[in-house]
Design a protein around this ligand. Structure first.
Ligand SMILES: *Cc1c(COP(=O)(O)O)cnc(C)c1O
Length: 366
């Protein structure tokens, strides 16, 4: 029996990097400075330089980044957050925590990203901000979304938790709108050895507001200038690890894209592997769209291949947020039709081949 192909195995990268990770931890321990110290500033500067934005603010997670970004753009008369319902619920969690209302718009059937047509019908003068997620790592059409929102005075936030390093002609994901949020959860393309997140912006006004909101709403130390403040920090250890790992982000993304291309080439007619052709895709997830998702999952499992579903339940059908008055035909039409395949840089060629062969051998029901 061959060993199973894991959906992900974070130990592979961590073991390969163990000497440098241990050295960095030693440096932080010796320094005696554990939050908001030199490694934190160095990571904020390095990530801002990588993205080519003016400011990066480290926070404790991607969900905190969303919540703080939403608090930074909401006003007393603009209290509604517009987003999609198929992206894991993180924006909804953040909006609810920030005391804001949520309005969903539908997705495009081909890319599964936000539909501009649907967005146009949802935004109004109560919209505090639009959160556009680059789902599975594929860049959404941010410039079209900004074109819809800016005449209405609505800020746009890119959720880049799956899209670190994705880029198109206009620039990197996270540089194309007013604000961008990132997660450094261990499975993300740029992952820490624990939690972490960041907000990127080139607006000095938003930058000041966000720096204050992540630290109790302080203007100066012990002086609270702003309501809605939080404690949300990226620690020195994670910051040092992220600066180191930033150096291999582009290479890791290219490896992920090449894995997805192999799956795409192997898939039989009727199995749509969402493409990751160019650098506008970070290669975060390899996703198959098929009405036979459940049969495919059993077929792959029998071949010793682990899979996952991103995501099984749209936000408006979650028990906590259920709203039967909401109808999102394209989003709802995708339920039960997506399946994610193993895709991470340390996957061996032999494992990629096994997944590709198993895909090729799958008989699509007609
Ligand atoms: C992972 C993820 C988040 C949340 O990040 P955490 O660090 O886990 O809070 C937000 N949005 C998307 C699209 C994600 O994939």
């Amino acid at each position: 029996m061959l060993p199973n192909v894991p959906f992900n195995d974070l130990g592979r990268a961590a073991r390969a990097q163990a000497p440098e990770l241990a050295r960095l931890m030693g440096v932080v321990v010796e320094s005696g400075w554990f939050v908001h110290g030199p490694h934190h500033s160095a990571f904020e500067a390095a990530f801002a330089e990588y993205l080519a934005v003016d400011h990066v603010v480290g926070v404790a997670s991607g969900t905190d980044a969303l919540e703080i970004a939403l608090r930074a753009v909401a006003t007393p008369s603009r209290r509604a957050v517009v987003t999609v319902a198929n992206a894991g619920g993180y924006t909804t969690t953040a909006a609810v925590s920030a005391g804001l209302d949520i309005r969903f718009c539908d997705i495009d059937a081909e890319s599964l990203n936000m539909s501009e047509g649907s967005l146009r019908s949802v935004v109004d003068d109560r919209t505090a901000g639009v959160v556009v997620t680059h789902l599975f790592g594929r860049m959404a059409n941010v410039s079209a979304i900004v074109d819809i929102c800016s005449p209405l005075g609505i800020p746009v936030i890119e959720d880049c938790a799956q899209a670190h390093g994705a880029r198109n002609n206009a620039g990197l994901a996270g540089t194309l709108a007013d604000l961008a949020t990132f997660s450094f959860y261990p499975t993300k393309n740029l992952g820490a050895l624990g939690d972490g997140g960041a907000i990127a912006t080139s607006s000095s006004v938003l930058h000041e507001r966000i720096k204050s909101l992540r630290q109790y709403g302080w203007g100066a130390k012990y002086s609270v200038g702003q309501v809605g403040g939080r404690n949300s920090r990226l620690d020195e250890l994670q910051a040092a690890i992220l600066t180191y790992r930033l150096g291999s982000l582009d290479e890791g993304n290219e490896r992920r894209r090449s894995i997805i291309r192999k799956y795409q080439a192997a898939a039989p007619v009727g199995l749509r592997v969402l493409p990751a052709d160019g650098e506008d895709h970070s290669g975060h997830l390899a996703v198959v769209v098929t009405p036979s998702a459940s049969a495919l999952r059993s077929h792959l499992s029998a071949a010793g291949i682990a899979t996952d579903i991103h995501y099984p339940i749209p936000d408006h059908q979650q028990v906590a947020w259920r709203d039967e008055s909401i109808s999102l035909p394209v989003t709802e039409g995708m339920i039960g039709k997506v399946l994610s395949l193993p895709c991470f840089p340390e996957l061996a060629d032999s494992e990629v081949d096994r997944v590709a062969e198993a895909l090729a051998a799958f008989v699509v029901e007609s």
